[in-house]
Design a protein around this ligand. Structure first.
Ligand SMILES: [Zn+2]
Length: 219
């Protein structure tokens, strides 16, 4: 029975991720917390924008989608990420959204590549509103990289130093926007920008779903 309940939770979301009330994955009251409020987090280069703070319902939605596979949260999160992209990218060229990759072992454990899926959905969302965008999951994690959660900033920077590599260049003629779920210290985004730079590709901007306010580790 427990297994069936767990599977039902994954597919339908039997309780709201924000307030835990039985019902849809996000109840009407908590849906307000998923309305994008994009802001610039860092001026750059490249500039970094987030659709909201990593707190409250938005935080629960990111964790629910990424860690627990609540896939119905992908659409509202894609709407947030699309708003952050539009906010930060002042470029007339079509866009290539390059997701920061998860560890391959994390992808295996979770059964889906959350960020790549989110990037694809975000690109589709942007096309729906007339912005030519496509996902370009060209980065991969080098092996032997530990999960970032729980590491202090210095450790993160060391851990991620040259930890990402671009398997190929993003499609030419497009402004490259690095996308991620959460920005904390900025180390992951910086590693992605560096990996692209090693391919002579300059990232125009970084867009994330949520940013922590203090720069402290997210969890
Ligand atoms: Zn709720």
């Amino acid at each position: 029975m427990r297994l069936i309940h767990a599977a039902t939770d994954l597919v339908l979301g039997t309780a709201c991720v924000g307030c835990d009330r039985p019902g849809p994955a996000v109840c009407e009251a908590c849906a307000a917390g998923l309305v994008p409020r994009p802001r610039t987090v860092r001026d750059g280069p490249p500039p970094v924008a987030a659709a909201g703070d990593y707190a409250g319902v938005l935080r629960e939605a990111v964790v629910g989608y990424k860690e627990h596979g609540v896939l119905v949260l992908r659409d509202p999160l894609a709407r947030c990420l699309a708003a952050a992209v539009v906010h930060v990218c002042r470029d007339d060229r079509p866009l290539a959204l390059v997701p920061v990759p998860s560890r391959r072992s994390a992808v295996r454990e979770r059964g889906h590549d959350a960020l790549a899926d989110l990037a694809r959905r975000t690109a589709r969302r942007l096309r729906e509103v007339g912005v030519d965008a496509r996902a370009a999951p060209v980065l991969r994690q080098r092996s032997g990289v530990r999960d970032q959660a729980g590491l202090a900033r210095a450790e993160r920077l060391h851990n991620l130093d040259h930890a990402l590599v671009a398997r190929r260049a993003p499609p030419p003629g497009r402004a490259v926007v690095v996308v991620d779920d959460v920005v904390t210290s900025g180390a992951s985004a910086a590693a992605a920008v560096a990996a692209l730079a090693a391919r002579d590709v300059r990232a125009a901007a970084v867009a994330v779903v949520a940013a922590t306010r203090s720069g402290h580790p997210a969890r």
